[in-house]
Write a protein that binds this ligand. Structure first.
Ligand code: 13P
Ligand code: SF4
Length: 390
C-alpha cells in the first residue's frame, strides 16, 4: 500500500520538529501565572478596536471565551466569519480547521489568526487527502464512481473540503448534517454518500435522520487495502463511512447512560452527534453545541440533565444554570486537549503582537485549495436554513 503523510508521530518513533510546531511561539509568550493577563488582553483588544473580531468556539476555556465577540458552534462561527468583511483581523479561538474555513470565507485583505498553531483536531487528522484520493480511485475501480457524492464534516482540512467541492460534494456541520445528506442524495440517481472523517456523525445522521439501516453503512478503513471492504460491500452500501472519530466524544459509553438513569431517574440525556451510535441510541436528545446550549436555556428550573460533550462547555452550562441539575455524562472523559491549547497567554501574545503591527500565526489557505473548498462551503451555506433547535 502507498505511504501517506501522517501529521502526527506515533509516540517514541523518531523525531520531527514540525509535529510540535506552534508549541514554541516566537516572541514573548507571557507566563500563565502573570496576574495582569486579563487586563493586558482587554487593553490590547481595546487598542485594536474595530480592526479585530474575536470568534470563540463553545469548547474554549472560560479565560478565553470572555474575550470572544461572538461564540458559536462550527456552523455559526463560519457564518459569522463570512459576515465581518470590515474586520482586518479575525482571531479564531478554536481549532485549525475552523480557522482555515474562516480564511476561505473571508476576503483577501482580511487575516485570520489562530493563537496557537498546535490547536489541531485529531479527528480532522484521520483523513488525509492522499488517503481520500486512494479511496476515490478504489470506488471508481469498483464501478461506483459515478454514483458517489463526497460529504465532509467541517472537522476536516481545507484540501479535503476542496476535494468535495471539485467532485460535486459539500461540507456539513453537526447542525445541518441531515440537510446536507438530503442534498447529496438528490444529486445523482442511486446516490451513495462517501462521508468523512467522522463515522459516528455519518452513521447517526444516516440511520436516525435518513432512514438507512446500520447495515446500509460500511466503514472504509484507510489503513487497509481497499478500505477493508469487498467490491460487493461497496456496491451494496448506501453510505461509505470513513473510519475516523473524535477522541473526546468517542469515549462516552452506553454504560454511563445506564448508570446515570439508575442514579437520577428523571434525568434527560443530551449528547453531541459525534458520540458513538450506541450512546446516541440511549440518549433522549442529540444535537450540536449550539443546540445543547439552547436546550438547556429553555429547560425548566429543577430539571436534571446529563450532557455528553466537551467538558469546558458542560462546566460553563452548569455554572450558568444553578437552578438546574447539570452533570457531565462520563467522568472518565477529558477536555479536548487541542481546544485547550488556546489559553490566555497565547491570546494576549496574539493581540499584543497585532497591536505592535505583527501578525503572528496567520492561517492562509492556498488559492487553488481555497477556490474549491469555497465551492463546498458555499453549497453548505446555501442549504435550506434552520436554527439549531430544528
Ligand atoms: P459543533 O460546535 O459544530 O457542534 O462541533 C463540535 C466540534 O467538535 C468542534 O470541534
Ligand atoms: Fe476535534 Fe473532537 Fe476536539 Fe472537536 S472535540 S476539536 S472533533 S478532537
Amino acid at each position: 500500500m502507498a505511504t501517506v503523510d501522517l501529521p502526527l508521530l506515533p509516540l517514541g518513533r523518531g523525531t520531527d520538529l514540525n509535529s510540535e510546531r506552534g508549541v514554541e511561539c516566537p516572541g514573548d509568550l507571557p507566563p500563565a501565572s502573570d496576574p495582569a493577563l486579563v487586563a493586558r488582553a482587554r487593553a490590547a483588544k481595546d487598542a485594536l478596536g474595530e480592526k479585530v473580531f474575536v470568534l470563540g468556539h463553545h469548547y474554549q476555556r472560560d479565560e478565553v471565551i470572555q474575550f470572544a465577540d461572538v461564540t458559536g458552534d462550527s456552523f455559526k462561527l463560519a457564518r459569522e466569519a463570512a459576515a465581518r468583511p470590515d474586520a482586518e483581523y479575525i482571531v479564531f479561538c478554536g481549532v485549525h480547521f475552523m480557522a482555515e474555513s474562516a480564511d476561505i470565507l473571508t476576503g483577501p485583505d482580511q487575516q485570520v489568526v489562530l493563537p496557537d498553531l498546535a490547536a489541531g483536531c485529531s479527528m480532522a487528522d484521520m483523513a488525509r487527502l492522499t488517503q481520500v484520493e486512494m479511496a476515490w480511485d478504489a470506488l471508481v475501480k469498483a464501478g461506483i464512481g459515478d454514483s458517489v457524492v463526497p460529504v465532509t464534516y467541517m472537522n476536516s482540512s481545507a484540501d479535503i473540503k476542496a476535494f468535495c467541492g471539485r467532485n460535486g460534494g459539500l461540507v456539513c456541520t453537526s447542525s445541518n448534517a441531515d440537510v446536507a445528506l438530503q442534498w447529496a442524495v438528490e444529486q445523482k440517481p442511486d446516490a451513495k454518500i462517501l462521508f468523512f472523517p467522522d463515522q459516528h456523525l455519518g452513521r447517526n445522521t444516516g440511520v436516525l435522520k435518513m432512514g438507512y439501516s446500520v447495515d446500509d453503512c460500511v466503514v472504509w478503513d484507510p489503513h487497509r487495502p481497499n478500505g477493508g471492504l469487498t467490491t460487493e460491500q461497496l456496491r451494496d452500501a448506501r453510505m461509505i463511512l470513513w473510519r475516523g472519530h473524535c477522541s473526546v466524544h468517542g469515549r462516552f459509553s452506553p454504560e454511563a447512560v445506564d448508570d446515570l438513569r439508575a442514579e437520577i431517574p428523571d434525568i434527560t440525556i443530551l449528547v453531541h452527534p459525534e458520540c458513538r451510535h450506541e450512546v446516541v441510541l440511549k440518549a433522549d436528545l442529540v444535537g450540536s453545541t449550539e443546540f445543547i446550549i439552547q436546550t438547556i436555556e429553555a429547560a425548566p428550573a429543577g430539571s436534571s440533565w446529563a450532557i455528553g460533550t466537551e467538558l469546558n462547555l458542560v462546566k460553563r452550562l452548569a455554572d450558568a444554570h444553578p437552578d438546574k441539575r447539570i452533570v457531565f455524562l462520563d467522568k472518565a472523559v477529558c477536555f479536548c486537549s487541542t481546544m485547550n491549547r488556546i489559553d490566555l497567554p497565547h491570546l494576549v501574545w496574539t493581540l499584543e503582537s497585532l497591536v505592535a503591527g505583527t501578525v503572528v500565526n496567520r492561517i492562509e489557505v492556498d488559492a487553488e485549495t481555497e477556490k474549491w473548498a469555497l465551492v463546498a462551503l458555499e453549497r453548505m451555506l446555501a442549504l435550506p436554513g434552520r436554527t439549531a433547535k430544528d
